[in-house]
Write a protein that binds this ligand. Sequence first.
Ligand code: ADP
Ligand code: MG
Length: 701
Amino acid sequence: NQTTAQQAESLEDWEVNALRDHELHSSKYFRLLESRRKLPVSLRRQEFLDTYHNSQIILVSGETGSGKTTQIPQFILFDEWASGKKVACTQPRRLATTAVATRTAAELDVPLGEEVGYSVRFERKSSKLTRLKYMTDGLLLSEASKDRDFSAYSCVILDEAHERTLNTDLLMALLKMATSRRSCLKVVIMSATLNIEKIQSYFPGAATFEIPGKVHPVEIHYLSDSTPRYCYCAISVVQHIHQNMDEGDIMLFLPTSGDIEMVCSILRKKYKNLTVLPLYSALSRAKQQEIFDDSEYRKCIVATNVAETSITIDGIVYVVDSGLEIRPVYNPRLRMSSVLTCPISKASAKQRAGRAGRTQPGICFRLYTEETHNTCFIPSAPPGILEGELASQILLLKVMGFQSVGTFDFIDPPHPEVYLCGLQDLCAMGYIDDEGTITSKGRIAARLPVHPKWLNAFMEGQKNGCLREMIDLAAISSTQHPIFSRPPPARFAADIAHRRFACPLSDHMSQLNALHAYESAMKTDKRLSISQWCFDSFLNRRALGEVVRIRDQLLASLQQELAYTKEICGFEDAEYDAHIRKTLARSFFYQCALKHPHSHATIYKTVHEGHTAGIHPESVLSREKQEWIVYSEFVSSGIPYLQTVTAVDPAWLIDLDFFQDDSLPKTADGGFKQPLVKKSLDKARKKKDEEEDLISFEELE
Ligand code: ADP
Ligand code: MG
């Protein structure tokens, strides 16, 4: 039952929708069909199908905008319709996943969530009818942990493979194995025309299919002197284009959402005849969709690197490239993650420039010198597996039965130090034993929809009567964006507004207070005024809505895993705070820090690694002098900071294995690496013994 391009196209030309019985196609459908047929990939539909029919693994490469993401899944859907199974298409980013699913549903003239759906973490729009599912690579990976054969799918498409995210890399390895077990499973790996040699050599027998791109020449201009004030430089370049150059839309690449909002507001004030549109992941769905709308005036889209390859906007003639992006960086020795503004790679610079030449010759203005480009930019960004923390991925592979992850067939193996550090963390959490075998606790942790480290907090919370609060905190830590909003121009006002949620000993408690206040406001206020309430309280409404959604899903999945019962320690309980702080201490004990006693400023040292850091200035504890704290993140933005911290009592920690004398890090000569830690723990032990003596003495009387 192989189809030909001609058959498929005549089905598409019908008045009725072949996918939905007897429904007539809308007029918009035919309008979209006409433009789709002109895409480079549509002109080669038959050649694609021939390749697809003759091989199990196909590597597709083509310029951005040639129609890979929107068209190839449709070609396959028509071809595989009779199989009754689904087609999956993965994306590294949530924003792109929902955008292309929306577009493809419109092109097929079906309601989003029916024949075409999407699934991103904590948000799903799909149903029993869904036959083409766009999803993030992370979500398919977690499906794979339950079904290594991908048996719900007739074909899995991994898109944007050139980005080499950690999840896509793992999926490539798992799919390579699955194809040898299931001969009817097809795998299509799609990428822009960069960095593909590595992937080709990983799949030696795979067929390749290249889409010849129609690219127009792009004239490149560099600055003659470099500037640190890239935002202002960008504004003046946009101004120059808008006032002096022929029509055509502008795309401006900037690193952070803060830069983007600032530049947008300045440009909007200056020009009434320019449609200025921001594009970054934290924007609401509706705002994101606006970039595709037609506009009366010249459009200027100000974007992060999401617009580099995954999202194509027609009509761009001018590109302004700041040459910067933000990149998450993980340092295993410090167990520190940071988000740094870094120069992009040469490959990214080429991609960005290419956005200008899609429909006609274009111009790219690079806000850096030619010398910077040639000498400072690396050829291409390193794969994600070399950049991030690996604990949860190692656990996932273990739960799938790969005992020695060290010998797993990775395209690029992780750095041994990152790998070892992941193993140590899993061992400290009790998810693997000393031999590296996954424990029963580890199995449950791997199935959680949040980071596995939270399972310990849930179990400890259950003991202390604050499971509900731990679930709330896990949900808060899993949103992409902070719930407290601090817009730069109103920082001061925001800090004052946030005071009413502040708990003097704990940022975690302050977050909980904000969430609980939001929930009671939801109950009492009408829908309309809740936005006002959030606005006045400087809380991010979208993030809070997401927290509630995540929390409800977590509750549902915990009911199965943990036999979650609803006993809650009430707000009235005098020990409410202490229960929560104790639970945090006992579940995140490996992220403890001790105050340096002789410092003027509040300087802490992490207990296990012995690294020095301050407390983040936004923390309620930034001016406090608490001896012991647990922290959620160790971040750096030039200065290392502990972020989201809670004061804890060392008495809560002293019985844990992690703090026994033989576990504390030692120097070469056998002494303690951090004598202060040892001293403070001993003091706490002594105090506890004395208290116990006192109690037994009282009991005697
Ligand atoms: P590729 O994956 O090869 O980069 P796409 O399939 O994403 O190409 O894009 C093909 C065409 O579809 C482009 O011309 C683009 O403008 C259009 N397109 C893609 N997504 C959307 C969308 N959400 N809204 C409007 N047009 C879109
Ligand atoms: Mg694409």
